[in-house]
Design a protein around this ligand. Structure first.
Ligand code: ADP
Length: 260
């Protein structure tokens, strides 16, 4: 967001213009804040009914004798409810990025972080899929461990949704910075979509991606988190070969042991 311009002395036209511009900026700022607050409140309020719906549906599915058709209907209600829950959760996350996204930066041990993700997602990998780790043991980045977990979990889950059978998590030490790559051999992304991938609600194939349970918000959240770290994120991809999502972060010195 643009910063206010320094006010000028006197009554000349330039000074007046600066004042007018600053007035406009202040109003923009205000409307931005209103919008962000609305998004946060709305998504927060939506969570309660969604949770209630899901609770009752799973009760009905577990406890009541149902015809095949009734069961099918309830399964659909459940699936759509789950989708709504994810969407609402993503919206809530996203509303936090509206200027107030805060990350607590401290040295994060990359190997530990990425090994955790490999373990979590390796278990749920559709048959035969593997997650490989290529991360030096003594590499630390400056980050917020919870948020970074979210970033890489999102990328790995996207790769799995794209039918990858192999995912590699690779980290390279570039002295000042570290680049972490999430490489997959999934279906890849057509070039015309690449510039839009990190936009809110952007999906490559609406019908297919809806079916896979996506909200189209995942990567915009990833981008907001990475940028809050002062980092950057980008993608390279080739249809039929796979995709590589890269994140660049500041390198941290190894955490010193706490002195007692
Ligand atoms: P969602 O939250 O719906 O998963 P994202 O913002 O994470 O949405 O991703 C946007 C779109 O980018 C997805 O709908 C998917 O089509 C595409 N995409 C993301 N990652 C990959 C990948 N590794 N391989 C192929 N397509 C991908």
């Amino acid at each position: 967001r643009p910063a206010k311009l320094p006010e000028l002395e006197g009554n000349n036209e330039v000074a007046a213009l600066v004042r007018a511009l600053n007035g406009m900026l202040a109003r923009l700022e205000e409307s931005w804040e209103t919008q962000t607050r609305f998004l946060a409140d709305a998504s927060h309020e939506l969570r309660t009914p969604v949770t209630a719906i899901l609770g009752h549906v799973s009760y009905l599915l577990r406890r009541t004798p149902l015809t095949e058709q009734q069961r099918e209907s309830l399964e659909i209600v459940r699936r759509e409810g789950e989708r709504m829950k994810k969407l609402v959760g993503d919206l809530l996350e996203l509303s936090k990025t509206g200027g107030t996204w805060r990350v607590e930066l401290s040295p994060v041990h990359l190997h530990t972080l990425l090994a955790e993700i490999a373990e979590e997602y390796g278990q749920s990998f559709p048959q035969g899929g593997r997650i490989q780790l290529e991360v030096p043991e003594d590499l630390w980045v400056l980050g917020d461990v919870e948020r970074l977990h979210q970033v890489f979990a999102n990328m790995v889950s996207n790769a799995q949704k794209a039918q990858a059978s192999e995912i590699r998590l690779v980290a390279r030490d570039l002295q000042e910075r570290v680049v972490i790559r999430v490489e997959d051999n999934g279906e890849g992304i057509p070039p015309e979509h690449l510039p839009h991938l990190f936009e809110r609600f952007y999906r490559v194939d609406k019908a297919r991606d809806r079916e896979r349970g996506g909200s189209g918000l995942g990567l915009s959240i990833v981008k907001a988190i990475v940028e809050a770290h002062g980092g950057s994120v980008w993608v390279e991809s080739e249809v039929g070969r796979g995709s590589v999502f890269s994140v660049s972060l500041r390198r941290a010195e190894k955490q010193l042991p706490t002195l007692v």
